[in-house]
Design a protein around this ligand. Structure first.
Ligand code: NAP
Length: 253
């Protein structure tokens, strides 16, 4: 018996990095998937790869900042797979990296919308579908950045990612009595295109690796395994947490 047999999951930010690894992992564990990212081509390729391996996946391109898209993801899960059990709300973005005095209010809104407003929209449409089931798991990808490490130039991203933690606590309190769990997953540095964006030189990459107790950053599949834990019944008594999968960055001073 696989861990997600008979379950339906939404994965946002599914076309690359952590989301792609999680989509492939969830599919191997038997889940039917509604996959999202903005770029349709990589997403369609992933849905094809999952189908070729005997899985079920539908690609729904769009921007998680758009309310209509977030509603559409849930409607697609319900129409094609009969409901929703899990959502891994993973899409997010760094925005512009710069000292706060040179930040623009346009970047503030765009980056907060990508990392935090998207989470509010996700919960607004996903929770009623999970309540229909009387069970389920919502997961939001936060970050070690802002929670356990202050990083220069990342004020806007940090604010969005840590805002998620307050949202998760309130949602977990609302949803718990109805059988639904809500958690944030906080990766440490992870070897993706996003990591290449902020660790843009060998020197910065070496610094980022050095602040992890394990002295390396994660492979996306390692964070996908942590997402699988939160998605599955393995974590059935875990809710309202900021779940670290951070290679010990939080205890390295
Ligand atoms: P990645 O490799 O750059 O992948 C990002 C994925 O999200 C892509 O599929 C991208 O596809 C999609 N995406 C980005 N903005 C989107 C939007 N507005 N609407 C819909 N889809 C969007 O990044 P990653 O490193 O896997 O990051 C995944 C999550 O982990 C993010 O929330 C990030 O903040 C968090 N995180 C990453 C690290 C790290 O070191 N990598 C550490 C801690 C937390 P399109 O561009 O086609 O939309």
């Amino acid at each position: 018996m696989t861990l997600l047999e008979g379950k339906t999951a939404i994965v946002t930010g599914a076309s690359a990095g952590i989301g792609r690894a999680a989509a492939l992992r969830f599919a191997r564990e038997g889940a039917s998937l509604v996959l999202n990212a903005r770029g349709g081509e990589r997403l369609a390729d992933l849905a094809g790869e999952i189908a070729a391996a005997g899985g079920r996946a539908i690609a729904v391109p769009g921007d998680v900042r758009e309310e209509a898209l977030m509603r559409n993801l849930v409607e697609t899960a319900t129409a094609h797979f009969g409901g929703l059990d899990i959502a891994f709300n993973n899409a997010g973005g760094l925005g512009e990296l710069a000292p706060v005095e040179t930040q623009t209010v346009e970047n503030w809104h765009a980056t907060i919308d990508a990392n935090l407003t998207s989470a509010f929209l996700a919960a607004k449409y996903q929770l009623p579908a999970l309540y229909e089931r009387g069970a389920g798991s919502l997961i939001f990808t936060g970050s070690f950045v802002g929670h356990t490490a202050g990083m220069p130039g990342m004020s806007v991203y940090s604010a969005g990612k840590t805002g998620l933690l307050g949202l998760v606590k309130a949602l977990a309190a609302e949803a718990g009595p109805r059988g639904v769990r809500v958690n944030a997953l906080l990766p440490g540095g992870t070897d993706t295109a996003m990591a290449a964006e902020f660790a843009s030189t060998d020197e910065i990459r070496a610094y980022v690796e050095s602040i992890h107790a394990l002295k390396r950053i994660a492979e996306p599949a390692e964070i996908a395994d942590a997402a699988l834990y939160l998605a599955s019944d393995l974590s059935r008594f875990v809710t309202g947490t900021a779940h670290l999968a951070d290679g010990g960055v939080s205890i390295t001073k």
